[in-house]
Design a protein around this ligand. Structure first.
Ligand code: GLN
Length: 570
């Protein structure tokens, strides 16, 4: 029978519930238990696909095409495990299921009510995601005291009632501020969060105290006295140099062992943290550091500037850095700066490599194209992700193929040379304003070009997956065929536009190498990778390989990029 751990947040949002959940998952997995992580998002949106990244961080994409809050990304990165979209639920999905079921006569004349039908549906979904696992850790989004949280907390109690107390444990992740004027760590907001939780019938078993500094025994005792939680179940979780240090930190206070005991479980194996700690150590204390510029959209929200929507790219660079024993320092450059003043392109010389990430719309586009032109012609390593591939093709068409007015139809619908265009099947969807379904989403298999740079990188990092059952299954479902010597890889996608098949030959004749493609069932080949032989590193992909990068299992293209950057500093 599956055991459940419910992680909730107190006092403020952004307190670190996601990292705590991911760390607990990693710890329990290390003790030999098959573990999965589930994220509950209390908003009404059906999924995160239409959320503004500036408010919610980047949209995470799962193998099975789910568009999800970025927490699932941390889960995968910590667990080195693919998480399907059923591991995330939103209030919108829950209500939609209940209403759809009601319309189909699924409630047989009953009055369908908030209690019990909504929590029942939540429990059903939790069980579905937890099926086949020993332990499932559920993170409840939002903060204790939010009205939106109530049905999810109620569902946790239902689960507890059904399975017994020994099968459900509660973890509260809270925040202890140190106000500047008093310079003392305050426990009051935490006490209040615990009180609010009690109003929902939940008594936390463990409290994780997030703070700028370590939480001392005096304060632990104070929290213990007011919450009836044992002092040794109160954990100090200060800010640390890397999120990947958090599991080790929690293990110093034997969280794993205590959690297992609470769930009436005993360790199945002795955790082995050697490889993990070695990588984290390389990340935190690198021997040398490369400097990477990410040329993207500058995102400001009120008085604050946010780079969070490229979180996974930042992580993928760090994972590659850890594998290559080099630190990665990232600078975010607003593409518009190059439009306003092209002489600033020379600033790119200061970096060991330049990356153009995914993006949508027209803002900063000419700046990005100018930056790509500069790095291509000045031998600066380049990695293009999604829009970064599309714009690299536009740049190449303009500068090398002589198609001066080449563009993507996302920006210029009347361009005479639509190098990047929307396919006719997608056009139909967009015409009907079905934005929530117009993208190529999730994992698609690509067939790599033999002896290409890209193929070499996938081979070196052990990422060729032709034997993987997933590929075989995918091929069956989509009536695709791979021949025995095809080098197949899987990467995730989230985009509408494609390299226009009509221009592939022309670009190729002028030296741009397309090093991988996805073959649609109708035989159209969609280009997935480009590369330039002879350049220190000029590689781009239509996919989002950052979503499959994990600590200890870096993404091939990031690995190649960071290695090229490292060679440049040498
Ligand atoms: N805007 C481009 C498209 O929709 C690229 C998307 C992306 O970079 N994720 O195809």
């Amino acid at each position: 029978m599956t055991k459940f751990v419910v992680v909730m947040g107190g006092v403020i949002s952004g307190v670190g519930k996601g990292i705590t959940t991911a760390s607990l998952g990693k710890i329990i997995k290390e003790y030999g238990y098959k573990t999965t992580l589930i994220k509950v998002d209390p908003y009404i949106n059906y999924d995160a696909g239409t959320l503004r990244p500036t408010e919610h961080g980047e949209v995470w994409v799962t193998d099975d095409g789910g568009e999800i809050d970025q927490d699932l990304g941390n889960y995968e990165r910590f667990m080195n495990q693919d998480m399907p979209k059923k591991n995330n639920m939103t209030t919108g999905q829950v209500y939609k299921s209940v209403i759809d079921r009601e319309r189909q006569g699924g409630y047989l004349g009953a009055t369908v009510q908030f209690i019990p039908h909504i929590p029942q549906e939540i429990v059903r979904r939790i069980k579905l995601a937890a099926e086949g696992y020993d332990v499932a850790i559920i993170e409840i989004g939002g903060t204790v005291g939010d009205s939106e949280n109530i049905p999810f907390l109620f569902a946790a109690k239902m689960l507890e009632q059904e399975l017994g107390q020994e099968s459900v444990a509660y973890v509260l992740v809270t925040y202890l501020p140190i106000p500047a004027n008093v310079q003392e760590m305050k426990t009051k907001p935490t006490q209040q969060a615990i009180k609010m939780l009690r109003e929902e019938g939940i008594f936390p078993d463990f409290i994780v105290c997030r703070a700028e500094k370590e939480v001392d025994d005096v304060r632990k005792k104070k929290i213990a006295a007011s919450s009836f939680v044992r002092t040794e179940h109160i954990f100090s979780a200060p800010d640390v140099a890397s999120i990947y240090l958090v599991p080790e930190h929690l293990e110093q206070e034997e969280f794993g062992q205590k959690l297992l005991t609470r769930l009436h479980l005993t360790p199945r194996q002795k955790p082995n943290w050697t490889a993990w700690n070695d990588l984290v150590n390389k990340m935190v204390h690198p021997k040398s550091t490369i400097s990477v510029a990410i040329v993207g959209k500058y995102i400001s929200l009120g008085d604050y500037t946010i780079a969070d929507s490229y979180l996974s790219i930042d992580q993928a660079l760090k994972h590659a850095g850890a594998a290559l024993d080099v630190g990665v320092e990232v600078t975010w450059l607003d593409a518009q700066r190059f439009e306003q003043d092209p002489s600033r392109l020379q600033e790119l010389e200061e970096y060991d490599g330049v990356l153009v990430p995914g993006g949508f719309g027209a803002s900063g586009i000419e700046g990005k194209i100018a930056a790509i032109h500069y790095v291509r012609t000045h031998n600066i390593p380049y990695l293009g992700i999604c829009y970064g591939l599309q714009l690299a093709c536009v740049e190449y068409a303009r500068a090398v193929c002589g198609l001066r007015a080449a563009h993507t139809t996302e920006v210029d619908q009347n361009t005479p040379y639509p190098i990047i265009d929307i396919l006719s099947t997608q056009k139909q969807v967009l015409a009907e304003h079905r934005y929530g379904g117009s993208m190529r989403l999730g994992a698609y298999p690509a067939i790599l070009k033999k002896d290409s740079i890209v193929e070499g990188l996938y081979q070196q990092t052990g990422r060729l997956v032709e034997d993987e059952p997933k590929v075989a299954q995918y091929a069956r479902e989509h009536s695709l065929t791979f021949s025995a010597d095809d080098e197949v890889i899987l990467e995730r996608h989230r985009h509408r536009y494609e390299v226009n098949p009509a221009y592939v030959d022309q670009l190729q004749e002028k030296g741009l190498v397309f090093s991988g493609y996805y073959q649609r069932p109708d035989d159209t080949r969609l280009m997935e990778f480009i590369e330039l032989p002879g350049h220190p590193y000029f590689v781009a992909t239509q996919a989002h390989p950052e979503f499959k990068s994990r600590l200890g299992n870096p993404s091939p293209l990031f690995f190649g990029f960071v290695r090229a950057c490292k060679e440049r500093i040498r």
